[in-house]
Write a protein that binds this ligand. Sequence first.
Ligand code: MLT
Ligand code: MN
Length: 349
Amino acid sequence: MPPQRGMQFFAISGDADANRPQPQKWTGQLARWACIAMRVKIIGSAAGGGFPQWNCNYRLSRAARTCMPGVQSRTQSSVAASADGTGWVLFNASPDIRQQIAQTPELQPAADAPLRSTPIRAVVLTNADVDHVAGLLSLRERQPFAIYATAQVLATLKANSIFNVLDPAIVPRRLLAPTQEMAICGADGHATGVVVSSFPVPGKVALYLEQRGDPDADFSSGTGDTIGVRISGADGRGAVFYVPGCARIDAALRERLAGAACLLFDGTVYTDDEMITAGVGQKTGARMGHIAMSGEAGSIAGLADVKIGRRIFIHVNNTNPVLDESSAAHAAVKAADWEVAADGMEMEF
Ligand code: MLT
Ligand code: MN
């Protein structure tokens, strides 16, 4: 039987009493880590713009700004995972990364670490959206870590010379080949214990890469412009799927997610025309490459009969009514056995 949370762990120590080894209770962190394959922390749960968004006067951003009960502020989409409690792998680097590190002690230099150091060993990118790559610029200062991304996203970083503030000789950029399982390593080549399988999902290129004037952006799957990732420990335990952007749920995705311990999924909009009815924009969720939560073609319905341990919406846009815990939309999501991610949420597998 694999170790369960709450079990007590004993290490066999030396022979204190003649021939019989005495059990010695493991305590503190050691016992904790003996039974955990993976620790995952949601460090940012909002979509691009964050919540509240700096220039947004919609009722939800106003409610967050005035700290209305049941309406919690959120930073932009990013997740941290650790297999050993010491080294951490970030999934996406949001423009709020400085704040996210400040509110996450695990991501700060340890007290006894060198003068310049970080527990962040690597950053895995799921697309080239501003909310997922801009935080890389805040990780300059000649600090070694590794970047993993698809060929398309690596090409975008290469084409934008501002990312050269991360000297590739210090911050290596590595190819995350679609569908391949990869052991994520730090800049020094040492394995973090975090293993990632990436897979393309229906999506599109980042907004700033869309052809100006082209009304038909490419939303096809399989291009590698947008990917999902399966995150696990080295032994395959603790599988968490992180899919912050997804335009559609197709058979391949349903099959892939079946049996997941936990899914962190695109929760940008509750209804497809939400930004239009809110009066803040002209685009539907579909046009932005984000499937709605509700409706017959929505993610709740599309994944209803897929066996998934825990379902959590992440990358929640500031127009999404589920951000208000007293809303009917929030109640409907809860009734469908989904959770809405908040910053600081933590899971152990
Ligand atoms: C998205 O998720 O659609 C993008 O982050 C939008 C944006 O770049 O503002
Ligand atoms: Mn986004």
